[in-house]
Ligand binder design. Structure first.
Ligand code: URA
Ligand code: CA
Length: 430
């Protein structure tokens, strides 16, 4: 086989066989296919697309390009969850103990990565003593015992995806549904998930701005799951404003604790119930989402989810007393209110602007080796539909420097205030 023929075939809109797709991925990861040919191939895919069979083959070829985590020693159906880039998305911290309380094993591999705030591991490290340095054997033991453990991600998970993603980033080929879908699914499959629940965000702060693109991405990923024998379900949720109120590491841990106590923000709680219900059903615990939802609501009401969270924190060295004493979490020195410049109603909150404002305070990494400040971030005071008065706080900046003017300007710019009350936006869109 020759790479030039694969490029020509795809350019002409023909379908590649499974052998041909494996040839492309194997050749690229072994450096037998150069970047310039791969770039041309990716651009051909960008314009011509891929069939469901091609996309599934591409996913599996990338999933098999590095380590494949074996979770078979964990009892039960391992369900993983993935969200496509929310801002201040605290759902994992809540969902993990919540579904674990319903008996679903959660064997979570998480990264640190770049972004507006840290990843799940960074957030959890806001709990004094908490660490993810556990051996594979300990990890499996903890999940079997407590139904929940979190470990750092292997450096060699789907390396073909990593290499291709870097190339897509500089060749204007990121925004292709088969390429995004296979990229996300390859990593989940390599991480050992039996079943996958996807939260596809749509709106101004999301990758997918339009509903039809979000639907196409969601159904492509569900189809990949079906093709490769992993039960997969997807939800499309709104990202025209950050989820919940808190954006920042310790701030989100506190928000997660509040939610597990039943006092969380309504949108965050609802999304956790919707995603969690799907996870419980895919794990085979109950037949219907209504039954699953009732189980999860009960686990919040009777404190079981909170108990699981405490046990999980202690088992990985964390001080579980933060759950009852959140004031023990890292706290920023200055709390600076951002005041509205007008009377009116909040019509939208550009989530990506709020995310960038949090990152500038030190909540996230701008570069791979940046050090995160776990205490800083932004807490919204107003959300879409709320009335605001001039000079009333719309958000509070938690900062360790007295001057947070750059972030304050970004927060102000993120809020769209209009004179008329906007109609309510549904959180779950599909
Ligand atoms: N996230 C991924 O992991 N891959 C993509 O291609 C896009 C978003
Ligand atoms: Ca949040």
């Amino acid at each position: 086989m020759r790479m030039v023929d694969m490029i020509e075939k795809k350019r002409n809109g023909l379908n590649l066989t499974p052998e041909e797709i494996r040839f492309v991925i194997d050749g690229y990861i072994k450096d037998e296919i150069p970047d310039y040919q791969m770039s041309a191939f990716l651009m051909a895919v960008y314009f011509q697309g891929m069939t469901a069979e091609e996309t599934a083959e591409l996913t599996m070829a990338m999933a098999k390009s590095g380590d494949q985590i074996d979770l078979s020693k964990i009892h039960g159906v391992k369900v993983d969850k993935h969200s496509t880039g929310g801002v201040g998305d605290t759902t994992t911290l809540i969902l993990a103990p919540l579904v674990a309380a319903a008996g679903v094993p959660v064997a979570k591999m998480s990264g640190r990565g770049l972004g507006h705030t840290g990843g799940t591991i960074d957030k959890l490290e806001a709990v004094p003593g908490f660490h993810v340095e556990v051996s594979e054997e300990q990890f499996i033991g903890l999940v079997n015992k407590n139904k929940l453990a979190v470990v750092g991600q292997s450096g060699n998970l789907a390396p073909a995806d990593k290499k291709i993603y870097s190339l897509r980033d500089v060749t204007a080929t990121v925004n292709s549904i088969p390429l995004i879908a296979s990229s996300i699914m390859s990593k989940k499959i390599a991480a050992g998930a039996d079943a996958i629940v996807l939260d596809v965000k749509v709106g101004s702060g999301a990758f997918m701005k339009e509903m039809k693109d979000a639907e196409a991405l969601a159904s492509t990923m569900v189809e990949i799951g079906e093709q490769v024998g992993r039960k997969t379900a997807a939800v499309i949720s709104d990202m025209n404003q950050p989820l919940g109120y808190a954006v920042g590491n310790a701030l989100e841990v506190k928000e997660a604790i509040d939610t597990l106590k039943g006092n969380g923000p309504a949108d965050l709680y609802e999304l956790c119930l919707v995603l969690g219900s799907k996870m419980v059903v895919l794990a085979g615990k109950v037949q219907t989402e209504a039954e699953a939802r009732a189980m999860l609501e009960e686990a919040i009401e009777n404190g079981k989810a909170l108990e699981v969270f405490k046990t999980f924190l202690s088992a990985q060295g964390g001080d579980a007393s933060v759950v009852d004493h959140p004031e023990k979490l890292p706290d920023a020195k200055y709390k600076i209110p951002v005041l509205s410049e007008a009377d009116g109603f909040v019509e939208g909150i550009a989530a990506d602007e709020i995310g960038t404002a949090a990152m500038l305070l030190g909540a996230g990494r701008a570069a791979k080796d940046s050090v995160i400040d776990l205490s800083v971030g932004i807490v919204l005071r107003k959300k879409i539909g709320n009335e605001v008065k001039k000079d009333e706080p719309i958000a509070i900046i938690h900062s360790n420097t007295e001057d947070a003017a750059v972030s304050a300007r970004k927060v102000l710019k993120a809020f769209k205030i209009s004179s008329r009350r906007p109609s309510a936006v549904p959180l779950i869109k599909g």
